[in-house]
Design a protein around this ligand. Structure first.
Ligand SMILES: *[C@@H]1O[C@H](CO)[C@@H](O)[C@H](O)[C@H]1NC(C)=O
Ligand SMILES: *[C@@H]1O[C@H](CO)[C@@H](O)[C@H](O)[C@H]1NC(C)=O
Ligand SMILES: *[C@@H]1O[C@H](CO)[C@@H](O)[C@H](O)[C@H]1NC(C)=O
Ligand SMILES: *[C@@H]1O[C@H](CO)[C@@H](O)[C@H](O)[C@H]1NC(C)=O
Ligand SMILES: *[C@@H]1O[C@H](CO)[C@@H](O)[C@H](O)[C@H]1NC(C)=O
Ligand SMILES: *[C@@H]1O[C@H](CO)[C@@H](O)[C@H](O)[C@H]1NC(C)=O
Ligand SMILES: [Zn+2]
Length: 528
């Protein structure tokens, strides 16, 4: 061993245990080794990162190098332009992101599963407007200064309602708008999505608007024939984004139809849902399934909670492979905390798995304390969970219990919790190699489809320039490993995913070769 190596090793060890003051003087002495030690420390840090330990085959390595080149050139572009795309509000830059080469690469990846999304905000608003609101029986009405949609049996009739003067067919609204030279569908779009105004509005205003989206759509989607179309389309959008399995959060919605009215029986809802999934699988054999996480409103009274839990346990027995468990929803900062329900939850713990939203907050020592309950109650995953980085001990427990965090960075940005994803606490989770998965939360509310936009934001903003395919492969693997699938389902899913992944790599290799060939031709052309 050379003298400098000895010195180097010694210094590395000392460096990790000494104070900054000593570091200064030690560095003076070791002037010659300074850069070497620095590089070593950086490398160590980079290699601790999420996914860094993933092994790549020689083929994967070729694709990896290609991806890193794309990534660096995109990062360089943003640097020279002082316009880091994912740092800008998604409502303003979605169409630019769609054009990114890195984004398009991510779209093609077999990403496995999408594990955090809400049923009523999971279908492209354009589809909802163009394909669902043009059905002849769709009516609209203002109720408590919110515009609501609903289906009535006879399009020739008008329907009175105690809460609004009358339900009017959308064709009538459309006609009225036309006469005023206005586009009713633009109005409609503003009811079911957040628009650019949200970029400059306060968080409270944005959240109010966000909540009203669900109210606008609820009755329309509860119409059984619409519900079937809606679910089918949701699966199609995920499938088109190379997702083959998903876990969706929602309630047992009372579905209605023209012949037999509204059915409060959850069995109707569950059978209808399952029917659509089977229908979709029959024509999309690569799609393997969906599980449902029953969500309960945070503002719930304890009495109601107890009866809901009883009901979910009952249906979990009848549909054991479909119902994954439960969650609480509603703005975390505004409502009751998990600790309020700890008796009820402890009691039900042996029968139901938990997938709690927790720590979707900027508070410290307030709402974020929900994370303590989520982990004490053995939540299987944590939705958002970014408050976790403020609680070191808890984060350690979460990591050793292998409780994955579901990151949804675009949701956090649009809903005004984390402005610039480069400063998202998820960076710290990733740098600690904490298990994470990525979800899209409520993509329809900001006009996203699939989960690739969130993957892109994480990949560009929350990883090093040198981190390429390993991170993405790990994210896909995690989406299966941390899903609610049972061991058998999971093993089967992993096998299917591996085949998809290998096909993807072959396909990418061909693309790289082709691009390389074309460049070669251009270069040859120039040489002449
Ligand atoms: C900066 O970005 C814009 C698009 O946002 C592009 O049109 C322009 O050419 C870029 N300028 C430079 C100097 O890269
Ligand atoms: C949705 O509507 C568009 C425009 O009317 C139409 O072209 C398309 O075929 C429809 N898609 C489905 C799945 O019904
Ligand atoms: C549109 O409204 C005008 C004026 O109220 C009416 O004459 C016309 O019949 C309406 N057209 C449709 C298609 O409802
Ligand atoms: C956004 O939607 C609201 C209605 O919710 C509307 O008043 C406003 O004009 C819209 N803003 C833009 C920029 O379209
Ligand atoms: C209700 O009516 C439809 C026909 O529109 C039928 O298919 C369905 O089985 C009926 N029953 C229930 C419980 O939905
Ligand atoms: C906690 O969750 C894990 C994984 O879901 C499970 O294996 C374990 O039995 C649970 N522990 C308790 C105390 O419920
Ligand atoms: Zn959510």
């Amino acid at each position: 061993m050379k003298n400098s190596d000895l010195l180097f090793n010694f210094f590395t060890i000392v460096l990790l245990s000494i104070t900054n003051c000593q570091f200064q003087s030690a560095a003076d002495v070791l002037d010659n080794n300074y850069l070497r030690i620095r590089n070593n420390l950086i490398e160590q840090d980079r290699n601790n990162f999420f996914g860094a330990a993933v092994q790549l085959s020689p083929n994967e390595e070729v694709v990896n190098q290609h991806l890193i080149k794309l990534k660096k050139s995109e990062l360089d572009f943003f640097k020279s332009n002082s316009s880091f795309l994912p740092g800008k509000n998604f409502l303003l830059v979605k169409n630019y992101i769609s054009q990114s080469k890195v984004f398009q690469f991510i779209q093609r990846i077999p990403k496995g599963a999408s594990l955090h999304a809400h049923l009523l905000a999971s279908v492209d608003p354009d589809y909802v407007i163009n394909n669902l609101t043009y059905l002849p029986n769709v009516y609209g009405c203002w109720i408590n200064s919110k515009f609501k949609l609903k289906i009535f049996p006879d399009p020739l009739q008008t329907y009175e309602d105690a809460k609004c003067s009358k339900w009017q067919r959308l064709s009538v609204y459309r006609n009225e708008s036309n006469q005023k030279q206005m586009d009713f569908d633009v109005f409609l779009r503003n009811q079911i999505t957040l628009n650019e105004s949200a970029v400059v509005q306060d968080r409270e205003v944005v959240w109010q608007k966000f909540k009203s989206i669900f109210e606008c759509l609820y009755d329309l989607i509860s119409y059984r024939p619409v519900f079937k179309q809606y679910v089918y389309r949701m699966l199609q959008e995920l499938y088109d984004d190379h997702i083959f399995y998903t876990e969706i959060r929602g309630t047992f919605m009372p579905l209605y139809d023209s012949n037999n009215g509204t059915s409060e029986d959850p069995k109707i809802f569950l059978d209808t849902f399952l029917g659509v999934i089977e229908e979709f699988k029959a024509t999309h054999p690569k799609f393997i399934g969906l599980k449902y996480i029953y969500n309960i409103y945070r503002g719930v009274q304890k009495e109601t909670l107890r009866s809901i839990l009883k009901q979910v346990v009952h249906y979990k027995k009848i549909y054991p492979n479909f119902i994954a468990g439960i969650d609480f929803v509603g703005q975390e900062d505004e409502s009751q905390k998990l600790v309020t329900f700890h008796h009820e939850l402890l009691e039900i713990m042996p029968k139901l798995k938990f997938y709690f939203h927790a720590g979707e907050t900027n508070q410290y020592g307030g709402t974020d304390l929900n994370l303590f309950d989520a982990i004490m109650l053995n939540s299987s995953r944590i939705g958002h969970g970014f408050g976790l980085t403020k609680h070191r001990e808890l984060m350690t427990i979460g990591k050793c219990r292998d409780i994955a965090v579901e990151l949804c960075p675009i949701s956090n940005q649009v809903l005004k919790l984390v402005d610039d994803p480069r400063n998202h606490p998820g960076v710290m989770l990733l740098s600690e190699n904490y298990p994470v998965v990525i979800g899209n939360d409520d993509p329809a509310a900001w006009g996203a489809t699939g989960v690739s936009y969130d993957w892109y934001v994480v990949f560009l903003s929350m990883t090093w320039p040198e981190h390429g395919l390993r991170v993405l492969k790990k994210l896909a693997e995690n989406s299966i490993v941390y899903s609610a699938m049972n061991t058998e389902e999971r093993d089967e899913a992993l096998k299917i995913w591996e085949r998809q992944w290998n096909d993807f790599i072959i396909d990418q290799l061909e693309r790289v070769d082709k691009e390389h060939g074309e460049k070669q031709k251009i270069n040859d052309g120039c040489a002449i």
